[in-house]
Design a binder for this molecule. Sequence first.
Ligand SMILES: Cc1cc2nc3c(=O)[nH]c(=O)nc-3n(C[C@H](O)[C@H](O)[C@H](O)COP(=O)(O)OP(=O)(O)OC[C@H]3O[C@@H](n4cnc5c(N)ncnc54)[C@H](O)[C@@H]3O)c2cc1C
Length: 266
Amino acid sequence: MAPDDLVLVTNGSMTDASSLGSHTSAPPPRPHRSDAWLLWHRLARGRDDFGDPDAFDKHVKESRWESFTVTAKDPAFLKALEDFSGRETGKGGLMTFTDSNWLLTIVANRQPVYRDQPEDVAVWWGYGLFPGHAGNHTPKPMTMCSGREILEEILHHLPFDETLATRVLETSTVVPCLMPYITSQFLARRRDDRPKVVPEGSVNLAFIGQFAEVPDDVVFTVEYSVRTAWTAVAQLLKLDKRPPEVYKGHHDPHVLAAALETMHRR
Ligand SMILES: Cc1cc2nc3c(=O)[nH]c(=O)nc-3n(C[C@H](O)[C@H](O)[C@H](O)COP(=O)(O)OP(=O)(O)OC[C@H]3O[C@@H](n4cnc5c(N)ncnc54)[C@H](O)[C@@H]3O)c2cc1C
């Protein structure tokens, strides 16, 4: 490091040690090394102002979930989902199967999702929050399932007839992804387990990303990470332009009224 250099560290990562499976195989077990966490552990050793990575990377059974991406050569699935939900693709919300042992959710975004996506190809995705449980239809945990087996479980939860289900299975490719730390930000922690973006007295080191402390802001968002980076740069370079105040929706009467209405919706 040169004396005038600044170091911005992304400490920890929600996607570290993720592993990809395939349509025919389950994701392999996570690697023993988790580089993003290792870096934070090394930096925090012997210091009490750099947070405590142990609070976030030692509870994989509570912090993991599994996502999957589906590439479909036939629009039949999204069409059937539109008919079932009464919502045009991209205009409905996330759909959670509340009876699912894996607590499956599927997400059909507006097509095309990717710039070069061919017109006759559809892409949708989803995730299971309890991938360690046996499925309702599949007698094994989601973590041990291939992409095709995950799609079979999804189809089991939907009221589609057998002909359609077979067609969907034969024209889709499903790639599962196991993410051991995806919700580690939400684990129980102490106030100082996340380091301040700019630790007390630091002139050239800052922490950025999902595991740096931003009072009042909400993790699992791009905005949160951007705010840490903006704060770091503004503070270390002594710039006037600071990030805007965090919007506090829970202080807004309109938001509270809408929340109350939603709570009583049937
Ligand atoms: C499935 C999923 C759905 C999501 N949905 C949403 C959503 O709808 N809305 C939303 O706002 N957010 C969403 N998020 C969260 C959002 O993607 C993250 O909060 C955001 O990407 C974090 O940005 P980041 O720059 O802090 O970290 P990252 O995007 O993880 O970038 C950190 C980078 O640092 C690299 N790195 C880590 N350690 C090292 C090292 N030691 N040396 C060199 N490089 C290293 C990593 O490889 C990575 O490229 C979602 C995330 C996932 C996984």
